[in-house]
Design a protein around this ligand. Structure first.
Ligand code: KG4
Ligand code: ZN
Length: 335
């Protein structure tokens, strides 16, 4: 079966066609560049750009997949969490297509979409395992009993991991969104140059906190002369990244051990981070666990992951309702 996926929850306009749950035929992603000069996503601007681009992006996805609308057996679109205006554009477009053609429709939770990015490459991962979701809006450690049944073990108390990367990138003048730039710059730096604080919660919980780390980096930069800042830019990026990643690695490894789970997945935009992938893989291998992660393109927002989540939801529950509305604070599960 061919599934058309539509994703417009933030600043990526994306449409994709997948076959069954594991074959990507197209995954067209437009990352809206116009937000860069504002240093963050401007919701109204994002909605307008989604409106202008959703039809051509959808057409390109069908063309690239070499299918017609009549070949599509299921339409899946993100209903939340995300920005309400942007969500409404993709969701309404998808519901309109489904209504006009009589095609089954499934509304998708964006976070379940991030999880499903792993299923596109490793369909066997639908059984019991642990996942770390790290994106621009979320940081969550989740025990997955099976696809659709989630237990949230921990989440961030303040900033998300990606948000911390973006804020530090902004402080360093690296542009927005800056996670990937910090990752690149850090490759040339010394992670031991400065020890930024690791927010280990006192009660041994699996929760995270990133606002202290961001403030520590800001204070450190403030103390440096312009020349010293330029000289140590890569070292600051590497030291910040080390602190941010170490906490994620420690908690994920501890949760895997305590819950007796041997398979671990990474998902969300920050799952593209090279240091996180490397350190976590090494750490988990030492305790006999395996780490799976999506390709970098499937880590950040894309419609193929939405199509995959929609496909598995449809197989479990059948079609959703066309009255489904956008839910900006939609949860993955009760915590
Ligand atoms: O999942 P995503 O595309 O959007 C949300 O649903 O939030 O994640 C975007 C986040 C941004 O904060 C971005 O800076 C971060 O992922 N990111 C990275 C890397 N690539 C993207 N952070 C660290 N290292 C990277 N290589
Ligand atoms: Zn996302």
């Amino acid at each position: 079966m061919h599934t058309l996926g539509i994703e417009t929850s933030c600043d990526e306009t994306s449409a994709a066609v997948i076959r069954d749950g594991d074959r990507i035929l197209s995954n067209v992603i437009l990352s809206q560049a116009e937000h860069t000069r504002f240093g963050g996503v401007v919701p109204e601007l994002a909605s307008r750009t989604h409106l202008k681009t959703i039809v051509p992006i959808y057409q390109e996805a069908l063309e690239e997949a070499e299918v017609e609308l009549g070949d599509i057996g299921l339409i899946a679109a993100t209903m939340g969490p995300g920005l309400v205006g942007p969500l409404l554009v993709g969701l309404t477009f998808a519901k309109g297509l489904a209504f006009a053609t009589g095609t089954p429709f499934v509304p998708v939770n964006h976070m379940e979409g991030h999880l499903a990015a792993n299923l596109l490459l490793h369909p066997q991962l639908r059984q019991h395992h642990l996942t770390l979701i790290v994106s621009g809006g979320h940081t969550m450690l989740v025990e997955i009993e099976r696809f659709g049944k989630y237990h949230i073990l921990g989440k961030t108390k303040d900033d998300a991991a990606g948000e911390a990367f973006d804020k530090v990138a902004k402080l360093m003048g690296l542009g927005y969104p800056g996670g990937a730039q910090v990752d690149r710059l850090a490759a040339d730096g010394d992670p031991g140059y400065f020890r930024f604080p690791r927010a280990v919660m006192k009660d041994e919980s699996y929760d995270f906190s990133y606002s202290g780390l961001k403030t520590a980096v800001a204070l450190h930069i403030k103390k440096l002369s312009r020349a010293d800042f330029e000289k140590h830019k890569a070292d600051i990026a590497a030291s910040f990244q080390e602190a941010a990643v170490e906490v994620l690695v420690e908690k994920t490894a501890r949760a895997a051990a305590e819950k007796n789970l041997t398979d671990v997945t990474l998902s969300g935009g920050v799952a593209a981070n090279s240091r996180l992938r490397g350190l976590l893989e090494q750490r988990l291998a030492n305790q006999g666990c395996r780490l799976f992660f999506p390709t970098p393109e499937l880590c950040t927002d894309n419609a193929a992951m939405i199509a995959a989540a929609g496909y598995y939801r449809f197989r479990q529950e059948g079609p959703g309702e066309l009255i489904a509305n956008a839910v900006p604070y939609l949860k993955l599960a009760e915590s």
